[in-house]
Design a protein around this ligand. Structure first.
Ligand code: ZN
Ligand code: ZN
Length: 198
């Protein structure tokens, strides 16, 4: 079914109109509102801004995002455990020591990291991406969605970049590529193990 969302005037409830009927009766119809590769913090902002609803799926309601930790930040205080977002309160709480930060502080940290990622070129040396990934892991969970973005770039560069063709990769580089691929699949398997609305 193709749907059209009719933009409401201020104070009106949005209306959804079906343009094409489903061809199988009883078939569940789903669409992707936002990329499942993003962490809940950024997905939920996009859902509110663009689709005008707060998602209540299992992944959005679980601060660990079904054990994937795609939005978790390293605790500013104990530096050992991770700050998880409790979206209803818009606060981030350390799972280990209980330290809390507000959403603005979390957003500032994430924007600072995004800025560093945007300054690098995909055609630059691989060491710059490995260096940035190490730096990121001191600030966010190693499986945070931004770290996963950098891992995806590393997977592509190792064996796909003209300076690092597959036939020239040594055992260490091949092992690194395999390990990154396995980690990537494991993290997104966890995050998608329940049906998520967005
Ligand atoms: Zn802590
Ligand atoms: Zn959701």
């Amino acid at each position: 079914m193709i749907c059209q969302v009719l933009i409401p005037r201020l104070g009106e409830i949005p209306k959804v109109k079906s343009l094409v009927h489903a061809h199988l009766a009883g078939e569940e119809l789903t669409i992707e509102y936002t990329s499942g590769l993003q962490g809940t913090a950024s997905r939920r902002r996009g859902l509110v801004d663009n689709w005008l609803f707060n998602c209540g799926c299992a992944r959005c309601l679980d601060p660990t995002e079904l054990g994937s930790f795609l939005s978790a930040l390293r605790c500013f205080k104990c530096r050992q455990d991770f700050l998880l977002c409790h979206f209803d309160a818009l606060e981030w709480v350390c799972r280990g020591c209980g330290y809390k930060i507000g959403d603005n502080e979390a957003t500032e940290l994430i924007e600072g990291i995004q800025e560093k990622v945007s300054r690098l070129s995909i055609f630059g040396p691989i060491d710059q991406w490995e260096g940035l990934l190490s730096e990121m892991e001191s600030l966010i969970h190693p499986d945070h969605s931004l770290a996963m973005d950098v891992k995806r770039i590393l997977i592509q560069v190792l064996g796909g970049h003209p300076d690092y063709p597959l036939h020239s990769l040594g055992d260490d580089a091949l092992a690194r590529k395999i390990s990154l691929c396995q980690n990537y699949l494991q993290v997104y398997d966890k995050a998608s193990k329940e049906n998520s609305a967005g």
